[in-house]
Design a protein around this ligand. Structure first.
Ligand SMILES: Cc1ncc(COP(=O)(O)O)c(C=O)c1O
Length: 370
């Protein structure tokens, strides 16, 4: 019998399939362990914004109504908080969703999406799903964005340059000067997408030079900012993020967005979380302290913890990380192996709760020494 999918386009056949991590309960059952710690998905270990949690129950009685498709109250809140215009904000079902929309809205079939070899995997996927070429520029010896190499990889076909700062999985940032140079090198018919999923964490490191996406957006109308409520606001399960850009870019982005794709609960939760400075600051302070401890204590001749301004750190184990990942797993510490990123010796460790960090660090130290 003929394959009922043999008409599927080649670029869809070639797509890498996202391998989701197993739920913690399933892993515990499989391994016969309990009390496992999951430090694998860069979630906020302090939990959701308490203000969001308090606001959600009142919205339940309205679940029979469609959400506000224009996301008016939340967009107005975001615009006010960041000194932007309402027309400069678009909402998405997570910030990833907005990147997919951007590719759809702006790229012709031969237009290139450019990032670098250690960038967040979704950038490549967003291009590939749309059948657009993805170009990965070389990185520095520290696996950070090499601004010169990135600029050298720009061609007349480059339509979107996508940079995460802090970047996932490296935790590295683009400097102010680095971002200015990328913007100066941008072709006239291209946009710079600055993915700031972890920028609130970076704010806890004021002494480290890192680019300010909002300032870049104010200075140049070709900058598109992506932000999310999944990370420091602790609302990953609600699926909500936003783009900030020139109103004309937002208008184009909205053309390809699906109606009602941002739920009413997501809008209510995000609006309440927006005001939760206490939760944001506590979470950022916690992440910095935990990362400082991790890099001070997880050491070894061949082991390297990369400096990170986010809520996770990349660790070079100095040898293939697969067996190390398995041993950590059996001891109840779930990290993310990095082979899919082309980093076979690396794992990514997210910041855990205060009470979990001593166990995470001790287990890592013992496993890496073994
Ligand atoms: C760099 C980066 N951008 C975007 C996202 C996705 O965020 P969202 O949950 O808003 O789609 C993540 C999530 O891991 C991320 O690490």
């Amino acid at each position: 019998m003929a394959d009922p999918t043999d008409f599927v386009p080649q670029h869809v056949r070639d797509l890498d399939v996202y391998q989701p991590g197993k739920p913690i309960e399933e892993l515990e059952r499989e391994l016969g362990i309990s009390g496992a710690v999951k430090v694998a998905s860069n979630e906020n270990p302090l939990g959701p914004s308490p203000k969001a949690v308090a606001a959600l129950p009142a919205a339940l009685a309205q679940l029979h109504l469609y959400p506000d498709a224009g996301g008016f109250a939340l967009r107005r809140g975001i615009a006010a908080k960041h000194g932007l215009d309402l027309a400069q904000i678009a909402l998405g079902n997570g910030s990833n969703d907005l990147l997919y929309q951007l590719v759809l809205a702006t790229c012709e079939p031969t237009d290139e999406v450019l990032s670098h070899r250690c960038a967040f995997l979704s950038y490549r996927l967003a291009a590939q799903v749309a059948g657009r070429p993805f170009v990965a520029a070389p990185v520095t010896a520290d696996l950070a964005c090499d601004v010169d190499a990135l600029i050298a990889a720009i061609t007349p076909r480059t339509k979107l340059v996508v940079l995460g700062t802090p970047n996932n999985p490296t935790g590295s940032v683009i400097t102010r000067g680095g971002m200015e140079r990328v913007i100066a090198a941008l072709p006239a018919r291209a946009l710079l997408v600055v993915d700031e999923a972890y920028c609130e964490y970076a704010a806890a490191w004021p002494e480290v030079d890192h680019a300010d996406g909002l300032a870049a957006l104010r200075a140049d109308r070709r900058v598109v900012l992506l932000r999310t409520f999944s990370k420091i606001y602790g609302l990953a399960g609600l699926r909500i993020g936003f783009a900030a850009a020139d109103p004309r870019v937002i208008e184009v982005l909205n053309r390809v967005g699906r109606t009602f794709h941002v739920s009413s609960l997501a809008q209510v939760g995000a609006l309440a979380a927006l005001d939760d400075d206490e939760h944001v600051q506590r979470s950022a302070r916690h992440a910095r302290a935990a990362l400082e401890r991790l890099s001070a204590e997880v050491a070894g001749p061949a082991v390297r913890v990369y400096p990170s301004l986010a809520n996770f750190a990349l660790v070079d184990c100095g040898r293939p990380s697969g067996p190390i990942y398995d041993r950590l797993l059996r001891r109840g510490v779930i990290v993310r192996p990095m082979a899919a990123w082309g980093l076979p010796n690396h794992i990514r460790v997210s910041v855990g709760r205060e009470a979990e960090m001593p166990r995470v660090i001790a287990t890592l130290v013992e496993t890496l020494a073994g």
